[in-house]
Structures are given as structure tokens and as C-alpha cells.
Design a protein around this ligand. Structure first.
Ligand SMILES: [Zn+2]
Length: 128
């Protein structure tokens, strides 16, 4: 765990900024360092996912690939904390969640425009 702590603290600002960092051969295998296996992960071609909860509510997430590569990133919201967190994680961080969110925003703008337009019509109606 000590090596991981050093590795993570040296790269923490990059991880917080959302970067993915290759940790292959730099740290011991996650299974020996307190990480737990998880299925709460978007598929990026990885074989296994490892997670480590962080006290700020985030998690360190390691993708282990078939060739042994370990790629690390930080999830600002740890989806393992509960169903609400899992949903927020999915919306804020997965590619599909982002697409849904963008589509939702466009739909909301459409509704707002319709409401403004509708309000104008109602005002005209009241003048009659
Ligand atoms: Zn992740």
C-alpha cells in the first residue's frame, strides 16, 4: 500500500483533473494493496476493474488489461457508495451518461423556448 500511496499522492492533482495514468510496473498489483474488484465500471477493453474508496467520496479506479497494463484514474463520485452515487457517477462520467445529459439539456432548452413562445401567445390573447 505504501508504494501506491506515494504513487497516488505524487499524481493526485493530475488524477483530480481527470487524467488517466499508466501505472504498469510502478506499483504492486491492486489485489495486494487493499483494492477491491468491482463491476461498476464502463467498458474500456479492460479485463478487471479495481477500486479503492477515498475519504473525500471519490474512488481510485484501476483498469487491468489482459496484457497486464494498469491504468489508473479517479472517479469524483464513488459509485459503490450507493444507488444514488452510482446514478450520479453514470450521468457525470460515463460517455453514455454524458450523451443522455446533453440530449436532456437540449430538450430542456426546447421546453424553455416553447414556454417563452407560449407565454407571448397568451399575452396576445389577453389583449383581445
Ligand atoms: Zn472509473
Amino acid at each position: 500500500m505504501e508504494l501506491w500511496e506515494q504513487w497516488l499522492s505524487a499524481r493526485w492533482s493530475y488524477l483530480v483533473a481527470g487524467q488517466e495514468i499508466d501505472a504498469t510496473w510502478q506499483v504492486p498489483h491492486p489485489s495486494t494493496a487493499g483494492f477491491t474488484r468491482t463491476d461498476l465500471a464502463e467498458g474500456h477493453g479492460q479485463l478487471v476493474d479495481w477500486e479503492l474508496a477515498v475519504t473525500d467520496g471519490s474512488r481510485i479506479h484501476v483498469h487491468e488489461f489482459a496484457d497486464g497494463r494498469l491504468v489508473v484514474h479517479r472517479d469524483a463520485i464513488n459509485p459503490s457508495r450507493g444507488p444514488l452515487e452510482a446514478m450520479m457517477h453514470w450521468f457525470s462520467e460515463s460517455a453514455l451518461g454524458k450523451a443522455v445529459f446533453v440530449t436532456g439539456s437540449v430538450a430542456l432548452i426546447g421546453v424553455a423556448v416553447a414556454l417563452v413562445g407560449g407565454g407571448g401567445k397568451r399575452k396576445n390573447g389577453a389583449k383581445r
